[in-house]
Design a binder for this molecule. Sequence first.
Ligand SMILES: NC(=O)c1ccc[n+]([C@@H]2O[C@H](COP(=O)([O-])OP(=O)(O)OC[C@H]3O[C@@H](n4cnc5c(N)ncnc54)[C@H](O)[C@@H]3O)[C@@H](O)[C@H]2O)c1
Length: 435
Amino acid sequence: MDRITSKQATVGVIGLGYVGLPLVKTLLEHGFKVVGFDVDRTKIEWLDTGHAYIEHLGQGFFDSLRDSADFHGTSDPSALARADAILICVPTPLGRHNDPDLSYIRECTRMISGILRPGQLVALESTTYPGTTRDELKPILDESGLECGREYFLAYSPEREDPGNAGRRAGDLPKVVGGVDEVSTDLAMALYRQVVAEAHRVSSAEVAESAKLLENIYRSVNIALVNEMKGVLDDLDIDIWEVIEAASTKPFGFQPFFPGPGLGGHCIPIDPFYLTWKAKEVGRNTRFIELAGQINTSMPKYVVQRVHRALDESGVPASRARVLILGIAYKRNVDDCRETPAAEIISQLTQLGCEVRYHDPHLSEFPRMRRYRFELASVPLDAAVLEESDCVVVVTDHDDVDYELVARHSRLVVDTRNAMARVPAEGLKCRVVKA
Ligand SMILES: NC(=O)c1ccc[n+]([C@@H]2O[C@H](COP(=O)([O-])OP(=O)(O)OC[C@H]3O[C@@H](n4cnc5c(N)ncnc54)[C@H](O)[C@@H]3O)[C@@H](O)[C@H]2O)c1
């Protein structure tokens, strides 16, 4: 406790990805020494050489990490022994049958167990179902022979990182903190209180785990609701975007959510199913979660149908159409393609016989994905490419795309994000179909 409150503590961060690296940044900014650990040796080499492997964090951040005397990046687990607190930020994906894949968490907990020493605090930040910290991590850490709550300490504090949103930095967001016992909660609170705007104490790790799932399920369900409404309003020839803007003038009881081409990223399409799996254990169904999942995963098909219809109306058979996808990242202003709906949209358009190209200022090549392999590289966004395209489909509305250029040189734009609304009405010469 003394080492934490006097900021003499060294903090270990395990998993140097989209969540771990911003956390490293926050800890360093608040004067802690940080040991960053990742099993991916390439990432450690990149950190050593200042290679910016997560674009939105900026080259300056990677330069400062490379030069910092307070940061040590490593793939050597023994380096974590000197950490007073160890924060775990490893992936929590789904398995083949939508069941939680805790293999990354278990693997790194076994590693920590091997180096655990008296006085260390371990906190899990990865998103997971209630009970993981106590039922999965604790038994593995207990194998070290140390006693939880007396010799080592264990807590859960979910991450709320919002990649690509420059206005929301990790340290500005309140953090929920719950330990497996009171002393563990005290210690974790003391640490997080030093580095985030507000640390919100809850009575157990299970409450903290459930709070994170509630946050993400809330998003998934509300996005599904607005996606469903979009389908209905499209058929009624009513603009969903104008409807949302109007409803948002209500100062209470309404929070806007926006339709899109389907969910992406490492959180919203995945996390809700962690609760579904846990619910089955107590004989419960999660009908909202499953319905939202069905609606959201049907969105790429909906977009492709709209493209198909719009091409037909323009007299271009889909089997001969050239389609340009604008944006393949799962959301605006990031270089992250995980679970991106662009992959399913491209796959279905290709099956229709379309020749598909893409432009994304953040992704020069379409990365290999678990279920998709495309040999595609980003084409430049210029007048010639736009004029050659029978249809431009806005899948991701990155800010650094010239939508006025798109409006000037395209014939048909299918817009899933209302991005073309950025173009002044007098500049909109092309046909725009909102989908
Ligand atoms: N990305 C987000 O926006 C976000 C937001 C909130 C919460 N989360 C949650 O945070 C967790 C991490 O997500 P992420 O997006 O940072 O993932 P990521 O894939 O970007 O990073 C995870 C890192 O962990 C490393 N790793 C894997 N196994 C390891 C092990 N055994 N030991 C050490 N390192 C290991 C990987 O090499 C990778 O660098 C997930 O549970 C996710 O649901 C993510």
